[in-house]
Design a protein around this ligand. Structure first.
Ligand SMILES: *Cc1c(COP(=O)(O)O)cnc(C)c1O
Length: 234
C-alpha cells in the first residue's frame, strides 16, 4: 500500500472509533480530504483508494488542479477565505462552499451560479473563537445571515462551518464545537433544516465527532505535512 492509502485507512479508523465512542452512526460523518498544497497525483491516489470529496483553499492553486482532474467525478469543496473577485470561479467550479460569512459574498455566488448546475451547497462560517479570527460571522449575526442566504436562488444552505482556536486546549475546543452544535440546533428549531456541521481537522477529529460534526476537513493526516502554500489557519 502507498503512504496515502495507509494514512487514509488510519483516518477512517479514527473516524469509526470516534463514532462508536460517541454512539453515532459512522455514515452520518463525511470525510473531506483537504488537498491544498498537494499535487494532482496525490489526489488521484486518494481517489483510487475510495476518497470522493476533496477540498481546496486557494483558488489560483485549485483551478489548474480541478482541470487536470476533470476525468474524475470528484465532489469539490471550496474551504478557503472568499474574496469578491473570486466568486465567479468559485460559483463555476465547486459543489460546496464552506467559508461564507457575509451576505454580499452569498449574493454574488447566487448571481453567478449557472442555472443548469445543481444549487451551490453552502456552509456559513461562524467565528466561535471570538477575536482570535478575522473570519466568520459572529454568533449574534448568524440568524440574520442565515435568513438572507436561505432566500437566495442557486444556493442551498446546508449548515455551519468552524475553524476553532488553535489546538492545545482540548476543553476549549470541545466548548467551541458544542457551541456550533447548539447554534445549528437553534436554527433548526426555527425550520432551517440544516444537516451539516463542517468541523474537525487532522488534530481534532475525535473532539469534533464527539460534539456532532458531520463533515470533517482533513488534510495533513491524509497527505502528510504541507511544505508550500498550505497554512491550516486563515
Ligand atoms: C488546511 C485546512 C484544513 C485541513 O487542516 P489539517 O490540519 O491539515 O487537517 C481544514 N480546514 C481548512 C479551512 C483548511 O484551510
Amino acid at each position: 500500500m502507498t503512504t496515502i492509502a495507509v494514512a487514509l485507512q488510519a483516518v477512517r479508523e479514527r473516524i469509526a472509533k470516534a463514532a462508536r465512542a460517541a454512539n453515532r452512526p459512522e455514515k452520518d460523518i463525511t470525510l473531506l480530504a483537504i488537498s491544498k498544497g498537494k499535487p494532482v497525483e496525490a489526489i488521484r491516489e486518494a481517489y483510487r483508494n475510495g476518497q470522493r470529496a476533496f477540498g481546496e483553499s486557494y483558488l489560483q492553486e485549485a483551478l489548474p488542479k480541478l482541470a487536470a482532474l476533470h476525468d474524475l467525478p470528484i465532489e469539490w469543496h471550496f474551504v478557503g477565505p472568499i474574496q469578491s473577485n473570486k466568486t465567479r470561479d468559485i460559483a463555476g467550479h465547486f459543489s460546496w462552499v464552506h467559508g461564507v460569512d457575509r451576505g454580499k459574498i452569498a449574493q454574488r455566488l447566487s448571481g453567478l451560479r449557472a442555472g443548469d448546475l445543481r444549487a451551490l451547497q453552502i456552509c456559513l462560517q461562524v467565528n466561535v473563537s471570538g477575536e482570535t479570527s478575522k473570519h466568520g460571522v459572529g454568533a449574534s449575526s448568524l440568524r440574520a445571515l442565515a435568513d438572507s442566504v436561505r432566500k437566495l436562488p442557486g444556493l442551498q444552505l446546508r449548515g455551519l462551518m468552524a475553524i476553532p482556536a488553535a489546538a492545545g486546549d482540548d476543553a476549549l475546543q470541545h466548548r467551541q464545537y458544542k457551541t456550533m452544535r447548539s447554534l445549528m440546533d437553534e436554527l433548526n428549531r426555527d425550520g432551517f433544516g440544516l444537516d451539516t456541521l463542517s468541523m474537525g481537522m487532522s488534530r481534532d477529529i475525535e473532539a469534533a465527532i464527539a460534539e456532532g460534526a458531520t463533515m470533517l476537513r482533513v488534510g495533513s493526516a491524509i497527505f502528510g505535512e504541507r511544505t508550500r502554500t498550505g497554512q491550516a489557519r486563515q
